[in-house]
Design a protein around this ligand. Structure first.
Ligand SMILES: [Zn+2]
Length: 260
């Protein structure tokens, strides 16, 4: 008996192709050069137990693929999201910041959201986006309303080509694995000199996201809030990038059931 075909994580149809989650298109913006890629994944399960894994794969991160979307998604709406974000990514990845308009913010935010939703399939236990959220970005090419996308200028260092994705279960609500194994995720990654940070949750808690972004020197791309993107005076250091990647996870684990 042959195994049933795995379903596309986005449209649910059978058949997955290998998605180069950075897309081959990124090669023309940033040459592929790193001898390895660092992937970090961590989660907090419903009992509050923390676990983490670190995968160091040979080759450049942008050469690596994740078997998750089908070919039709990959070549259709995902390609369109990549192409819409490409002009902004080309300049921001080179440290050439400019004042982007709302349309460009939407494109950048949709791209970072799609990256996150695809990336979390590396370790299924850390998946926090629900099918509804994946459908939303697929159908609308904008992030769902419970998503935040923030950016910072980064130069070169430890976080170059590294990604940290953390899936957490934050209470309330009670554990309901039917939507996704986790209900909250935090992802930090870089694309050239652009550091991007996505945060999404289906949990019910109060958090001042504006204050959070300000404290970490992040600028909010999504949701649209009328603020202007300005080029920072200096790039974030590794220590600052580290705080961005781990800070919220520590805050949230204090709110929820987790004790990291
Ligand atoms: Zn599909």
């Amino acid at each position: 008996m042959s195994r049933p075909q795995a379903l596309c994580g986005y449209c649910g149809k059978p058949g997955r192709s290998k998605e180069h989650h950075w897309g081959r298109w990124s090669r023309k913006l940033i040459p592929h050069r790193n001898p390895y890629a660092l992937h970090k994944l961590s989660g907090v399960n419903k009992e509050g137990n923390a676990y983490s894994s670190s995968k160091k794969r040979p080759g450049d991160m942008r050469d690596q693929s994740i078997k998750m979307p089908c070919r039709a998604c990959n070549m259709g709406w995902m390609k369109a999201v990549n192409e819409a974000a490409e002009p902004v990514l080309a300049r921001f990845s080179a440290g050439d910041w400019y004042e982007i308009n709302d349309e460009e913010k939407r494109a950048l935010a949709a791209w970072a959201t799609m990256f996150t939703m695809t990336y979390e399939y590396i370790d299924h236990a850390t998946i926090a986006a629900s099918q509804y959220e994946r459908d939303y970005v697929r159908e609308n090419a904008i992030p769902p309303e419970n998503w935040y996308v923030m950016i910072a200028l980064y130069d070169v260092g430890y976080w170059t080509d590294a990604t940290l994705h953390s899936g957490l279960w934050v209470t309330p609500p009670e554990y309901d694995p039917s939507l996704a194994p986790m209900n909250t995720q935090i992802t930090t990654s870089t694309f050239g000199k652009l550091l991007f940070h996505t945060f999404s949750t289906r949990a019910d808690f109060d958090m001042n996201v504006g204050e959070y972004a300000f404290r970490l020197g992040l600028q909010t791309v999504w949701p649209l809030n009328g603020t202007r993107i300005r080029k920072p005076d200096r790039p974030h250091t590794d220590a600052e990038a580290h705080l961005i990647a781990y800070g919220l996870k520590e805050t949230l684990s204090g709110i929820g059931s987790a004790d990291l």
